[in-house]
Design a protein. Sequence first.
Length: 707
Amino acid sequence: MDNLAGLALLASIEHRALALKQYADELPVVRGVGAESYAAAVAQVKLIADAVQTQGGYELGRAVNDQDSITRLRPLLQYLSETIDHVDQIFARGRDTVSTSLIRSVEGELKRLHVDEVQPLLAVGNPGNYETDPNDLWDSLYDSHILPGLMTQGPGVRIFSIPPLEGTRSLWMPIAVGHEVAHIVVMGSGLIDQIGVKNWLKIGDIKAAQIQPNNRMWPETSEDILAAARRFLREWTVEVMCDLYAVRRFGPAGIAAQCDFLASIAPEQEDQPGSHPPTVFRAEMMLGEETAEGTVFEPVIAAWRSWAEASPWLAKPGIDVILKTLRGHRQELIDILDSLSTPLYDIEARDDVVRELLDWLRLGIPGRERAARKQVTQEDLLNAGWIARFDDNQASADDRSMRLDTLDKLVAKGLDTTDFLRLWHKYSVDDADLKPSRDDASKESPLKINDGGEEPPVQAGQQPTAADVPPSNSSNDSSSQPRHGNHAPANSDARAAGHGVLSEVELRRRLELGRKPTQVSENVKQRLIVTPEVTLVISGASMDVRIGRGFITFRRSSTAAFDALSADQRPREMQEFVQKDWGGEFVLHPGELVLAATLEFMMLPGDLTAQVVTRSSYGRLGLLSATAVQVQPKFTGCLTLELVNLGQMPLTLTPGERVAQLVFTKVHPPVDTVDTKYSYPTGPQFSKVASDPDLDVLRQIHRNRVK
């Protein structure tokens, strides 16, 4: 048989091309934010696989002998192997750990910079490295010499590769949204070429630096050394501009995120120029002369300046001339970045906002929608989070580790809530959106937020409103009963008892006591904190709660039955966490149970408990908030909701829907401390039944039972 070698190579090509198509077909379907770029990337991969397979048959048909077949087909096989490796780098680690807040922030930043032709695709890549492809995915995949004649397919998808640790954690958001997005603008739009960087370095600078030829670093002649130095200068200018852009957009949080990441990666060889300037030099350029003295940001600036000054490094002659040139043009680079259309983070204007957010984080609350009478932004939350990292540095390693983990969860929750509120305000007309008809025909009303200073103080002789009534020193608190107008009943048996269900008036009074961080400690026995408040609906004697974006579902497994006494079994073996976007849909089928969580993050005082009740409008459709309906005093976090569909039809749940309500009652005497297995939950929690202390006793009884 003729062309045996060619047939063998063609079979290899077809086998690999088919496997690549199957891999693309089996990738999970992505809906919501980022779905368009993801689908376009998958379609481009499949098109390349088809084209390689077709081209292989065409080349074999033209081959005249085995040697010619090998010459024609080997480049196709090598190209296909490289494509498979590239695709694996993009999709192998999945996207589930990439928050939709981060994806939406990257998309929003590109739009603010008027880079509308780029569709970002955030992919979890290798540890210790952020990388943004300077080319569209199609340009990276497609080789016109191997596959002639294919046209550009779909939108310009740009791959943002983020590390699995920092890239998926909230505090490092300034790197992806700031530094990596800036790469698209500085490189893709040709901004770096418009600056004229190569003219910054002259032949006289090279000669004055007395750079010696070196086979490892520099070529022989001064002209060749100048060309090499200019190449490094251009690459390093790009990195410095991207660093400065992140600082411009996020302030000290941009410095902290980037310096923290640079400090964690392997130190470079300072005498061997690469694509990135020395890490300590980058920190120096970011910090500049900024001290933030007298502001809440000062500890962050001081800490990383100390790190930069204490980190030893020595720039060799060839490198020193490049660094000197960059230092001399730092202000010019800042001026160029200031001309862009994105806002500058003003640390003086945001000092009071971040200071209040920091107080909230220290109390275990993921911020509020407003602070210091200003709207809270993602940048504010990130700065407060980085400042909070410097708290309690004298604590034990275990305590610091637990605190930092909690801090990251709180900041992530704050960012997610801010993302939801931004969408809410974008599509909400007015307060009427918060006034749907009440299940029981009474009227709901949204919570009106007094964030300080707008209302006049109560004057002498003026009747106080419910929000002005000070907390009672007695456990028999009358405020749990409805008030008539602005007056409390003078004599009431209910007032003497004080342990009934809390009314709307009392709930609002308690929320008012927790409106400011300074109030929380003063009113610790009675304050009730719920965030966000702007979407909160309170009526009669209940408070509605919304579902968040996270769900824990049950999956089919080989586990015959779950046994809490078995040390080898874990709930995660039969459950998995899924996350929907705001506006996305989760379908709950008849007979199914799903764990969801409230959008609202709350902190209860020691004298209150709550019951979770399904809203009757949903209950009449078959939805039941089942099993764990009791909220303990002093609970802090997002409530996990066990939702069951008892109806005959599937129910579609959308994050943000008000599916349940809380009914609060007094506890007597108040509880001082509550032991809990679930610390500051910010989403639905997997069962921790295995940590019950009495299970060890039951296991012993089980092992020694009489048979």
